[in-house]
Design a protein around this ligand. Structure first.
Ligand code: FAD
Length: 404
């Protein structure tokens, strides 16, 4: 097949590489002038690790990451809000703190080596479908195609989702974050979060190599003033609120080194429109608070590639893909949508509910396990999970490692 993939992010690069490898002719469109490995730290959950293991990339990622055994969130007053330890699932269970750029580089290199046709500096704006044939139109009105299939993986602000007219629930949050990666000599095994009375949320995620990714939550509207006030003032604010982070922000030369990102929750009512399928953030963007975006994107890509390999025609492959993924993505989309207002809230009532419930919940037998399974990316619905399958895959890998 002739396949177009929109967006050389995590989902798009994975699908493009594996479909080209399976013998299709893949064209990968990317709006950025040049595809560079960019991005701060992400939590690679057991669900994402299982996909990378199947893709043969997990060992490379592990070498360049930190083993995270625990999420520990504290209130500014020192009280523990939540303390979740992966070892309660199994002694080998853990997340990996890793730079997004590490995973992107591995995937993009595979695309290049496999001979995927890569069209950089090409922002796709529109889709036209005629019978079983798809064309795409870019920002300078060039029409590309014909393609048998378009995989839209153009991220959380997806233009192609908007162009499709498919009803989508979108919530733009007023919360956002500043991100930096810097030196870290503290605990390498824990994602630490600190919550303030004014709704401030900050986090330190070790990403291997004596570095960590630091995020500083703020309101979207505060970005401009924070940057204008200058680096020294921000460093002082960070040092006062979260002294442990002084070492990370202390090495910065300018506020230009600080990345800003805002969040949205977007969920398409369906992800297939004849010969077009949406995957990753374009289909189901979430805020980063539950740490699932990259993991869901990897799972989507692998599920789509498998469906295309095992079905006789495109229509049934896409239907198989949607039924394989819809419950999981709906679960994480809804849950993140409900929980996001509690994470970074200045509202005292929401804070009160959160501060009362969160410390207790992990200790309740069934609820505690569900929280861990959710964090580990193992849930596939409200009452279902894929714990056994993921643990079996990762245990196989660990056995191989031991033998080596
Ligand atoms: C530059 C960048 C840095 C990031 N850094 C972090 C981070 O530090 N921590 C974190 O948790 N998450 C980060 N993310 C988000 C995270 O990678 C995603 O949530 C997750 O991996 C889902 O992947 P995705 O492939 O669906 O989307 P993404 O990884 O966001 O990829 C989407 C890709 O599509 C391209 N694109 C968008 N619109 C068009 C268009 N119209 N035509 C052609 N191409 C288009 C984008 O440039 C991008 O390369 C980052 C995303 C990007 C793009």
């Amino acid at each position: 097949m002739q396949i177009a993939v929109a967006g050389a992010g995590i989902a798009g690069s994975t699908a493009a590489w594996r479909l080209q490898q399976a013998g299709h002719h893949v064209t990968l469109f990317e709006q950025a002038e040049k595809c560079h490995p960019v991005g701060a730290g992400i939590m690679l959950q057991p669900s994402g690790q299982a996909v990378l293991h199947e893709l043969g990339l997990l060992d490379d990622v592990v070498r360049d990451s930190s083993r995270i055994g625990r999420l520990h969130a504290k209130h500014q007053n020192g009280r523990t809000l939540v303390d979740l330890q992966y070892q309660r699932l199994s002694c080998q269970a853990c997340a990996r703190g890793v730079r997004r750029s590490v995973i992107f580089r591995l995937l993009f290199e595979r695309c290049q080596n496999e001979g995927v046709r890569i069209m950089e500096n090409t922002r796709l704006l529109n889709i036209s479908q005629d019978g079983n044939v798809v064309h795409v139109v870019d920002g300078v009105s060039n029409r590309h195609g014909p393609f048998d299939l378009l995989i839209a993986a153009d991220g959380s602000a997806s233009t192609l989702r908007q162009a499709s007219g498919i009803p989508t629930r979108i919530k733009e949050y007023q919360d956002a974050a500043l991100w930096v990666v810097g030196p870290w000599s503290g605990d390498e095994t824990c994602l630490q979060q600190l919550v303030g009375r004014d709704g401030r949320l900050v986090g330190i995620l070790p990403v291997g190599g004596g570095e960590c990714s630091f995020f500083w939550g703020l309101r979207k509207s505060e970005e401009k003033a924070t940057r204008e006030a200058g680096l020294q003032q921000w460093q002082a604010q960070v040092a006062e609120f979260c002294p442990a982070a002084s070492e990370i922000v202390g090495q910065l030369q300018s506020m230009d080194d600080v990345i800003f990102s805002s969040y949205r929750n977007a969920r398409m009512s369906r992800v297939i429109d004849r010969r077009v399928v949406w995957i990753g953030d374009s289909a189901h963007a979430t805020s980063p608070h539950l740490g699932q975006g990259l993991n869901l994107a990897l799972q989507d890509s692998l599920a789509l590639v498998r469906a295309l390999q095992s079905s006789e025609d495109i229509d049934s492959a896409l239907a198989d893909y949607e039924s394989a993924r819809s419950s999981t993505t709906a679960f994480y989309g809804r849950l993140t949508g409900w929980l996001t207002p509690f994470f970074q809230t200045p509202n005292r009532l929401l804070q009160f509910g959160r501060d009362l419930a969160l410390p207790v919940m992990p200790r309740l037998p069934w609820i505690g396990t569900q929280m861990l399974l959710t964090m580990a990316g193992m849930k596939t619905g409200w009452l279902a999970d894929q714990r056994e399958a993921i643990e079996a895959l990762l245990n196989d890998r660990n056995d191989d490692q031991m033998e080596k």
